[in-house]
Design a protein around this ligand. Structure first.
Ligand SMILES: Cc1ncc(COP(=O)(O)O)c(C=O)c1O
Length: 425
């Protein structure tokens, strides 16, 4: 049996519409090669993970060296050096007073822990999340995920979760226009607290740029307004940087675009350039509200993943990858906006850094989502040797989230191939 046949027989993939028909055998930088030797430019980075590039030499060397010495000890039963080194580094590169990290293995696990920590610190039990948000596939993370397509048949969910209209300006919940709206969606938070809660809100959880929801970028002053209201009510700001962190948006963390300081922040995906690892970091007094017995993870803070993460961050900083992602992203967004003039199906191009969404519509005035068209564009791209993602609450957003090390020449090719694919639908 070949790989695809084995998948069909033995791998449970019934929860995805399909696995892309590419058997990947190797990858380097922003190039992926399949078993037949066909090369693809990767614009999805394994869902926004390999920011420093596939098989980055420095990251791989650090992981290999660590593997020769220690793979696992449980970093909460015994001390592990790379775990300590990474925690120190995260305290340095994360905003504000974020200082103490708990490590897990995947994004959902980090968010589960962060939600629990918010409850422990505040002594409160409720959460507010954003509509169109995505925070993971576990019970608590689905409870704060604001998208019915991810939650159907899984309920009932955790009590005490309520949702705030998201800052999706292209499809404004209030049918207003920024800036004339005076951030109606952020100001709605007062009403949500007043009418939808029992006045026991521990935290508001939000992605600084919504990824799965369709690369939804809030107005620059949105989080300032949110933060003001949260502070008034003693509610924590829990920022989910699982998808937007580690240089993806042209800053080390996307929340830095907005000048607010999170109380707790979650990370995963880009943290270790492909090695499984996640984390949540909090201010010291918040972190210390966990007491013995309250939390643990067997694999969390795995020494190999932590060594890879330390090397990954050193690479991102040393090679100016983050600054360059901002420049490359601005260039690419400009080129895609030029395509918007040519292809009527492009409703909006939006994003920050190399986290770019192209929302497709069948009619610009009604903004009818073109989900089928988006699928076709993705398929045409694949045939032309370009891997892109698909997402959005209406499944009509092309997601361009390449490894940040993608070359200028490759970016030029990306624009050409997307242009050609759009011309075919
Ligand atoms: C913002 C955000 N949070 C959490 C998660 C869940 O991460 P994981 O799939 O590693 O559990 C994701 C995954 O896409 C995400 O985008």
């Amino acid at each position: 049996m070949n790989t695809i046949e084995k998948y069909k027989k033995y791998v449970n993939t019934s929860m995805v519409a399909r696995v892309e028909p590419v058997v990947i055998s190797k990858a380097k930088g922003a190039t992926v090669t399949d078993i037949e030797g066909k090369q693809y430019i990767d614009c999805f980075a394994g869902i926004s993970v390999v920011n420093a590039g596939h098989c980055n030499d420095k990251v791989i060397a650090a992981a290999k060296a660590q593997m020769d010495n220690l793979v696992h000890c449980c970093s909460y039963v015994y001390y592990s050096q790379p775990t300590a080194d990474l925690a120190e580094k995260l305290a340095e590169i994360t905003p504000g007073r974020l200082q103490k990290t708990f490590f897990g293995s995947g994004g959902a696990e980090a968010i589960e822990g962060a939600l629990r920590l918010a409850k422990q610190f505040t002594g409160r039990t409720e959460f507010i999340a954003l509509q169109a948000s995505f925070h993971g596939r576990s019970y608590a993370t689905l409870s704060v995920t604001g998208n019915v397509a991810r939650k159907r048949k899984g309920g009932p969910y955790m009590v005490g979760c309520t949702f705030l209209p998201t800052p999706y300006c292209y499809r404004c919940f209030f049918e207003l226009e920024y800036p004339k709206c005076h951030l109606r969606c952020a100001r709605a938070l007062e009403d949500i607290i007043r009418f939808n809660t029992y006045d026991s809100v521990a935290a508001l959880i939000a992605e600084p740029v919504q990824g799965e929801g369709g690369i939804i970028v809030p107005p620059d002053d949105y989080f300032m307004e949110i933060d003001k209201i949260l502070k008034k009510h003693g509610i924590l700001l829990l920022v989910d940087e699982v998808q937007s962190g580690f240089g993806r948006t042209g800053k080390m963390f996307a929340i830095e675009h907005y000048g607010v300081e999170p109380d707790i922040m979650t990370m995963a995906k880009g943290i270790a350039d492909g090695f499984p690892l996640s984390a949540f970091i909090a201010r010291e007094e918040v972190a210390d509200s966990f007491k013995p017995g309250d939390h643990l993870s067997t694999f969390g803070g795995n020494p190999v993943s932590c060594a890879a993460a330390v090397a990954n961050i050193a690479y991102l900083q040393g090679e100016k990858v983050v600054e360059n992602a901002a420049k490359k992203g601005a260039w690419l967004k400009g080129k895609l906006e030029e395509l918007q003039a040519k292809h009527a199906t492009i409703g909006e191009v939006r994003g920050k850094g190399l986290m770019i969404g192209i929302e497709l519509v069948s009619d610009r005035s009604s903004k009818t989502p073109a989900a089928e068209g988006a699928k076709k564009v993705r398929d045409h791209c694949l045939n032309q040797g370009l891997l892109i993602g698909l997402g959005g609450v209406f499944n009509n957003v092309l997601r361009i989230q390449p490894p940040l090390v993608i070359s200028q020449e490759q970016l030029g090719e990306v624009v050409n191939r997307i242009d050609q694919a759009l011309g075919k639908v």
